[in-house]
Ligand binder design. Sequence first.
Ligand code: SF4
Ligand code: SF4
Length: 390
Amino acid sequence: MGRLFAIEIIYRGIYQKTLAKNITRAIVLAAHKDGKPGISFGRYGDSPERNGIPAKAFAIVATDDVTLEEGMAKYEPKEVDVTIAVDDTLCKGVESWAWYGLQPVNRLLKPGGTLIITSRQTPDKLIAMSHRKETPYNLSILKGTPSFSGLWVYKDDHTDVRIMGALAKALPDLFSLKSVQAAILDETHDKVKTESAARAYERFSTVAVQPNQGNPEVPFKFDLPKWHEMGEGIAIPAIPTGHGMEDPASHAKGGFQPGRNHTFKKFTTRSMRPVVNFDTCIKCTLCWLQCPDTCFDVTPEGLYDANMEACCGCGVCEAVCPVKDCITMVNETEFTDNSSQWEAWRKDKTAYKAWLEAKIKTKEERSHGFRYLGQYEEQVGEMLEIARKG
Ligand code: SF4
Ligand code: SF4
């Protein structure tokens, strides 16, 4: 039997759909140039995609047709040689539309496999965000802002071809850089893209990650009913109505925390989160009313606390808040937990203010689309500069 190669792309639904498709397709085309058959496909269970909800696509390549057929009989690979995560906040875990619970970003990696991440963060920060794995693996960072676009616009910032260059280095038995460049030229007739792939290949470097490194938390999961436990009818439990809250400083009771779906928490959909300045909030209720996911808990004194287990990071609350800088969306990589901002503020307002100011200062452009005329050209220009200089 020949050799089988499996590569998965973890991406954010809709925002990175075209990017993921371009990468998996390019893998198969480059493998063909190397004389290897391959196939690419999106995961059925992720469809229809939702904005930002983590999704997966795969590329399977083999040294011969029979091996490919045998590999495809499994449909979805149980382990992969390389995982490519095209957004660094996916390191916090992946809660897909297609399954129950949270899965570590490195879960499918074979021992010694490589995780390639597009990021501006350091390896230490990304390792700390990723769940621990029992076997060692390699981490490689493709330097750059994660590439987001939309359903109708694709941000052609060379992320796809740069990943192809990195992949040729990470898995040299899969295909050569020459094959990658030939496939890019066939598809795009753009020599600059072949140069971007070559620079990613040259600069590719990895750090080894050991089993004692990373986030020690056990990801939440749910047991599905066994076939012999299933009843003749089906009852879908309603979401409970909710309950009041308690002030951690004064112990005053009041407010309201709505009941929420505990089997689909949504927070791994988030690549940004709102940071609320409770000192300047005028209690206008707009964030609470407009949040599409009912994420705000109403506190006993009538403030609005965005619940981080439920927030999917859409940014609507920042857009509707009438007070300048009262809600600010901040890159999700800046946070290590989902604890309540309001509780932190109630316990120590001075410390909270310092925390909030530090978080807002680190705010980095992270839009899911293009908010003003010319932003597309600005963002693409910046990424091409990174691709050129590294
Ligand atoms: S970003 Fe704001 S509006 Fe959007 S889900 Fe989170 S709390 Fe709700
Ligand atoms: S929209 Fe802003 S000012 Fe209004 S309640 Fe929400 S945080 Fe406070």
